[in-house]
Design a protein around this ligand. Structure first.
Ligand SMILES: Nc1ncnc2c1ncn2[C@@H]1O[C@H](COP(=O)(O)OP(=O)(O)OP(=O)(O)O)[C@@H](O)[C@H]1O
Length: 313
């Protein structure tokens, strides 16, 4: 469990995080979402005791990070800027980390299995692909078998297979009763990975809601369903707040129901679905609408590449 109380951080004149209060609960994946520069990394650093709040406080499993006697057993973290000794093998990197924190060698073997790095464990980290580096980062975070995980943009730059892998791993870890907080600036990714969302903009809380609730509230949020039994499903989905449009014989565009609910209704009726896709563009639009006033740097119309935080400042 992570609990932030009126957390604030200023860098000189600049307020990075302002009066932020939220609770991240165990058992579900919680997405920490906000546009570039919203204050996600700053908040995560404060959770991990790497940055001191200007005011307010944040606890992990009931105590400030620094007050835990064995913090690696309480919270595992992967922040974006990872400093890994590139000449070492992945195995030796994990072994060194384990040795300094009293973690037995067999746990190194375990985490290598969990993240699927067995083949690459004896290779030097310097030659790792981004995806392998992310797996190693997650292995390091899991080393202390922590109850809480904090991951900054873990899917950044991964290929679809890597994204799917992280998504499933995080859901499994949450299902084991752990607290899982991961940041992203992409709503579409979060809607597939997280069950709960904490949205911030310009360092302030904008929304603290379930993904299902967010999807329901998203303007025009619909779900595309493809099935050979479209007519039968259409009848089953009918309800007062549900609308179903159909552009093709086997495709339904459903508004007013979540993909979870549609999948359940179809399964209960024994209807096989060939596709069940929340319309992510509209989710992304809803997120952008929600955070519009909170975007720190608006993209220049002609040079979108310069919109990235820091470069545009
Ligand atoms: N060490 C620092 N010194 C000064 N300003 C900082 C520092 N770290 C962050 N900031 C500022 O605080 C604000 C929040 O930054 P932060 O990196 O926490 O946002 P973020 O939501 O993680 O963004 P991104 O998605 O781009 O990583 C930004 O305005 C940033 O420029």
């Amino acid at each position: 469990m992570i609990e932030a109380h009126a957390l604030s951080k200023r860098y000189g004149e600049r307020a990075a995080v302002t009066d932020l209060s939220f609770t991240v609960r165990p058992g579900v994946v919680t997405g920490f979402l906000g546009p570039n520069g919203a204050g996600k990394s700053t908040t995560m650093r404060m959770i991990l005791g790497l940055d001191a709040p200007t005011s307010g406080s944040v606890t992990v499993n009931g105590k400030a990070y620094a007050r835990h006697r064995a913090p690696l057993h309480e919270v595992g973290a992967m922040l974006e800027a990872r400093a890994i000794h590139t000449g070492r093998t992945a195995y030796n990197h994990l072994l060194a980390l384990a040795a300094t924190t009293g973690i037995p060698q067999r746990r190194v073997d375990e985490v290598i299995e969990i993240v699927g790095l067995r083949e690459a464990a004896r290779k030097r980290v310097g030659g790792f692909s981004l995806g392998m580096g992310q797996r190693l980062g997650i292995a390091s975070a899991l080393l202390g078998d922590p109850a809480t995980l904090v991951l900054d943009e873990p899917v950044n730059g991964l290929d679809p297979e890597g994204i799917l892998w992280i998504r499933n791993l995080l859901k499994d870890l949450a299902a084991q009763g752990r607290t899982v907080l991961l940041s992203s600036h992409l709503m579409s990714e979060m809607s597939l990975t997280a069950e709960h969302l904490i949205v911030i903009g310009r360092g302030r809380l904008i929304a603290d809601t379930s993904v299902a609730e967010f999807v329901r509230g998203a303007a025009g949020g619909s779900v595309r369903v493809r099935t050979e039994e479209a007519d039968r499903l259409r009848t089953l989905l009918a309800g007062p707040d549900v609308s179903v449009a159909s552009a093709e014989r086997s495709v339904l565009e459903v508004s007013g129901l979540t993909s979870d609910r549609i999948g359940r209704i179809a399964a209960d009726a024994g209807i096989a679905l060939a596709e069940l896709t929340p319309q992510l563009a509209s989710l992304e639009e809803a997120f952008m609408e929600l955070t519009r006033d909170a975007v720190e740097f608006q993209a220049p119309a002609r040079e979108p590449a310069l919109a990235k935080e820091g470069q545009a400042a």
